[in-house]
Design a binder for this molecule. Structure first.
Ligand SMILES: Nc1ncnc2c1ncn2[C@@H]1O[C@H](COP(=O)(O)OP(=O)(O)OP(=O)(O)O)[C@@H](O)[C@H]1O
Length: 839
């Protein structure tokens, strides 16, 4: 383990990230948004249609879903690396067990299905010229069958041979030729035998992308590719999800066919997934939905005259005194050029970087911790406030993020970021007026740049850039503009982090994740145009709660939304790695938005169908259960009957007993397979995150995977409930030691329910392989009794615990700013600098 300690910052290098290939940023394949008003879309219809297509060929034989781990035991290793029935190249999950695929998928949670449906919906062109994905699958499947029949192959031969149906949203920037090359290469390699009928689909799909490109509209959200990742592993430059169902089919031994249907570009043709029509939250939606953050003229913020450091100090003071309002966190720093400011921002931001290389890290954990501590000691000298962990603090905050970076950022990366592009409209945002504003401006100006935005207020400083509230000139639409200094990024080797963030944001289309409307780059700055969240963050919000903790009900709401966001990220092959209240922003409607992806890890994820647990195969979580503790006497202990559970039976109330009985029966009778889209095999040796939130395996340098997100989720839950994190020490060093070695203890106050504590226990299991969520991801966590009764699919329409107070968010327009934005500038760079100088 080599570590380079720099005087002020240090980072851990993850060399694999250096080699990320820069995607082609120029792909623009968006389509005009068309709302199908009155078109009541049914997810189930789509799914049914899809399976009808499959059933045509499988009715005679039935489908085989592959049961991971077999009947005998559910071994975790097997779950991480699915075994497949038949050829090792085929998709599947171990020992086959006859189950109806339709039946299996009915067992899927709606949110998962809705993601699939969303992708499918994207494939439906408003013009109806583009066939739906289900239709495409069906048609191709027919072609395959016809072809197979024509070749004289008996339909019921070839037991054990599989057809793969891959729903593969590929990296959005892959070009047609790249994909064709890839397809033919894979065919050549024999890794993925390409049936004659596959090529036309890919070609057809690519031609759709080309068409979309030639339309000159916004970039696509996803495209097609063949993807045959057997092993889940960290990859660079790609973010793909392949959804493979293995079905017994028609081809003789050794012959396989692969049907590939793909997520079409995230064109605006999609019917809005927005549930606003069905949403019953009149309290908020009518008020805020219509706003779309069209700028309101409000009085000038008189407090916006401090330098960045003053602002940070002010923030710290406010936080320390508990008198927090969002104004205090706004870094309104006049008379400092943004360029200088951004350069200054990072060393003085709350984020801490550690330069080290643990790719070849020594297994000696103590050495590692000791080295980390050395670095932290160096940093801690910079500011004695480092012991405090409040948001807005200096970089030594124990809660500041530890970032890794690419050590070999090429100078061409700047140019790779160049150009201006607009992300495609997203289904859940398709009614958003901001899309139209962006489109119009792009059309009008031939692209976007900093000069087309009026910077209104500084919202915050991150590790790699500064965030401004900005109005797109002439549109009255407000955005959060992340401005990153290219020179700074390059000199501090943070280019790959910026790129990671941008690439991840380009993929996102989820109500609890930010929308990236556009991005552009000049010689000096790289900018992301994002959705603006006026409600501050959950850390700030928690400080304002009585006792500085949220009520359990509020916590349930927030963590549930975060869980869905994490689930979605994992499905996309993104391990978030930096969960903390500071990164949870509150939207205008009170729902959350998970932000900040520069520390995230991109990896491949191979969705698998796992046979639902049965009494004899369910692995017992070692410490998540109170029943594994001899002292458990909790009356609400709801444990499966096949586990010997302490005193539970006698203490259970009738209602609890009957509920327990129902759940036992449900799990014992015909358990349905479960779709698991969790990057369980991803591995990284980076050391990134926030001290109090770091998972033990990351601190120990053992390599980590997606389970780190479930650890941080447990810490997050704990902090929202108790107002502090569980392993916090007097300094970062002690905190890290506590995380690794100290057992979890719950404070005596506030009183927190058993279920909440039980969930925390399950999540804060130090061994990642035993941690709740490690095997089956978010689905496992959602089933925890803490969330019982929660309406997951409609949570985005539920009433949030509280609304952001708009008076605090400082949506003000500086008259100085206003005056100056009308000035004509000498040159583009001068204009940029001058505008930024105002902050
Ligand atoms: N979309 C947004 N809407 C409103 N405020 C935002 C938005 N995005 C970021 N902010 C504010 O800007 C601050 C800086 O955000 P950013 O994500 O760049 O950095 P960060 O959270 O400090 O993380 P890091 O340093 O690891 O990049 C946030 O803490 C938040 O207060």
């Amino acid at each position: 383990m080599g570590m380079d300690v720099l005087p002020t910052t240090s980072e851990i290098v993850e060399s694999t990230e250096d080699t990320e290939s820069e995607p082609d940023m120029s792909l623009k394949a968006g389509k005009q948004s068309v709302l199908k008003v009155g078109n009541k879309y049914s997810i189930e219809d789509d799914i049914n249609r899809l399976f009808e297509a499959i059933d045509i060929r499988t009715s005679t034989k039935g489908l085989r879903l592959v049961h991971e781990g077999g009947r005998d035991s559910l071994r975790k290793k097997a779950m991480k690396r699915p075994m497949r029935n038949g050829s090792p190249q085929t998709s599947g999950i171990g020992i086959a067990e006859p189950v109806s695929l339709k039946q299996a998928l009915r067992g899927l949670c709606i949110s998962q299905a809705s993601e699939m449906a969303a992708m499918k919906r994207l494939s439906k062109q408003a013009s109806s010229s583009r066939p739906s994905e289900a239709g495409t699958i069906k048609r191709l499947y027919r072609e395959v069958v016809v072809d197979a029949n024509a070749s004289g192959l008996p339909l019921n031969e070839g037991n054990g041979n599989l057809v793969e149906i891959s729903l593969v949203p590929e990296q959005i920037t892959a070009s047609t030729s790249e994909k064709e090359l890839e397809a033919s290469q894979r065919a050549k390699d024999g890794v993925l035998p390409v049936h004659d009928h596959v090529v036309p689909l890919v070609t057809e799909f690519n031609s759709e992308i080309s068409q979309a490109r030639s339309d000159g509209l916004e970039s696509a959200g996803c495209s097609s590719a063949m993807h045959t990742s057997e092993n889940l592993k960290e990859v660079d430059g790609t973010a793909s999800v392949s959804l493979k169902f293995s079905v017994e089919t028609l081809f003789p031994q050794g012959q396989k066919s692969h049907l590939h249907s793909t997520c079409l570009p995230s064109s605006s043709s999609a019917v809005s997934l927005s549930s606003s029509s069905t949403c019953s939250s009149p309290r908020f939606m009518p008020i805020f939905r219509g706003k779309n953050f069209i700028r309101k003229k409000v009085k000038k913020d008189s407090s916006s005259s401090n330098s960045l450091n003053e602002c940070n100090e002010k923030t710290d003071r406010s936080l320390d005194s508990g008198l927090i309002n969002s104004d205090s966190r706004m870094c309104d720093c006049h008379a400092v050029s943004l360029r200088q400011e951004i350069m200054k921002a990072s060393p003085h931001s709350r984020s801490t970087e550690f330069i080290s290389n643990i790719v070849d890290s020594s297994p000696n954990n103590l050495d590692y911790i000791s080295n980390c501590n050395k670095m932290k000691s160096v940093l801690s000298k910079v500011d004695e406030k480092s012991r405090s962990r409040e948001k807005g603090e200096f970089s030594q905050s124990s809660k500041s993020s530890i970032g890794d970076y690419s050590s070999s950022v090429s100078t061409s990366e700047g140019s790779n970021l160049s150009g201006s592009s607009c992300s495609g409209t997203r289904p859940h945002m398709s009614r958003d007026l901001r899309w139209e504003a962006i489109r119009q401006s792009q059309k009008q100006y031939g692209g976007l740049s900093l000069k087309h935005f009026k910077l209104i207020k500084k919202l915050g400083c991150g590790d790699i850039g500064s965030i401004y509230l900005a109005e797109l000139t002439g549109t009255n639409c407000l955005f959060a503009l992340k401005v990153m200094d290219n020179e700074f990024l390059a000199s501090r080797k943070k280019m790959s982090r910026a790129r990671t963030e941008k690439e991840i944001m380009q993929m996102l289309d989820h109500p609890f994740l930010p929308t990236l409307y556009a991005h552009f780059v000049s010689d000096k700055f790289s900018c992301l145009v994002m959705e603006y969240c006026p409600g501050g963050d959950l850390h700030m919000s928690r400080q304002k709660q009585p006792g500085r903790c949220f009520s359990e009900q509020a916590v349930r709401f927030y963590v549930a939304e975060v869980l869905l966001a994490l689930e979605y990220l994992h499905m996309l092959g993104v391990i978030y790695r930096d969960l903390k209240p500071e990164n949870i922003l509150v939207r205008e409607d009170g729902h959350i938005m998970l932000s900040d992806f520069d520390l995230s890890l991109r990896c491949t994820v191979n969705p698998i169908l796992v046979q639902s647990s049965s009494p004899d195969t369910e692995p017992v979580k070692k410490t998540s259960s109170p029943c594994s503790e001899s002292s458990c006497i909790d009356p609400f202990c709801l444990h499966p009957a096949w586990q010997v559970s302490c005193f539970t039976p006698r203490l259970l109330s009738v209602a609890v007993k009957s509920r327990k009985l129902r759940s036992d029966l449900a799990s014992q009778v015909n358990p349905l397979p479960q779709l698991v889209v969790e990057p369980t095999g991803a591995r990284s040796n980076s050391f990134v995150g926030t001290h109090e939130y770091l998972a033990p395996e990351m601190i120990k340098g053992e390599g980590h995977g997606s389970a780190v997100d479930w650890w941080t989720f447990g810490i997050f839950l704990f902090e929202l409930l108790y107002g502090r994190t569980p392993f916090k020490g007097s300094g970062n060093e002690e905190t890290l030691t506590n995380v690794v070695s100290r057992s979890l203890k719950f404070p005596s106050s506030p009183i927190v329910s058993f279920h909440a504590r039980d969930l925390i226990r399950g999540l804060l299991i130090k061994e990642p392989e035993n941690r709740l969520g490690s095997a089956k991801g978010a689905a496992e966590i959602r089933q925890h009794p803490f969330f019982e009764g929660l309406n997951w699919p409609l949570i985005r329409c539920s009433v949030p615990p509280e609304l952001p107070k708009f008076c605090n968010v400082g949506i003000g327009v500086s008259s100085y700013n206003k005056d100056n934005t009308t000035k004509s500038k000498e040159s583009r760079s001068t204009e940029e600098d001058n505008q930024l100088e105002m902050f």
